[in-house]
Design a protein around this ligand. Sequence first.
Ligand code: TYD
Length: 141
Amino acid sequence: MDIDLDFYNCKLINLPEFGDSERGLLTFFQFPDIIPFEIKRVYFIHGIGDLSKIRGPHAHKDTEQVFITIQGESTYHLDDGTNKKSLVLSNPNRGILIGSKVWHYMDNFSKDTIFLVLASSVYDEKDYLRNYDDFLDYIKI
Ligand code: TYD
């Protein structure tokens, strides 16, 4: 099922899945046919002890990222300055591309949630917009 996110810069990505419930499933991703950017960095969020906490919020000036909830559940909240959308991911065969200049945060985790993030750039704090008003000013440029 494809969900139209109605966002510039965001897209759901279906990851290939091979196998069955007996031997297990194999899911992969690669540039350029599945992930639309060269992956420069991979990180993952795990060990969320207080399920009322959020990750983020922030936006990136240039970095694009694909988020995959590889275990458990998480809700992704997206805001391009005009449109807002929230969606729940709970299947490791689906990722969400969050492009640059999209305000986002994640919450509603389950106690076993792990989400994997593929990023188009190495870590650079200067690429972050961590204040919502700064984000709105930046996207007007
Ligand atoms: P942060 O971006 O604040 O997490 P979130 O917005 O999801 O709550 O990152 C937490 C810390 O980790 C912060 O000190 C920066 C550091 N960090 C890296 O060193 N490299 C990375 O790739 C990322 C994503 C974060």
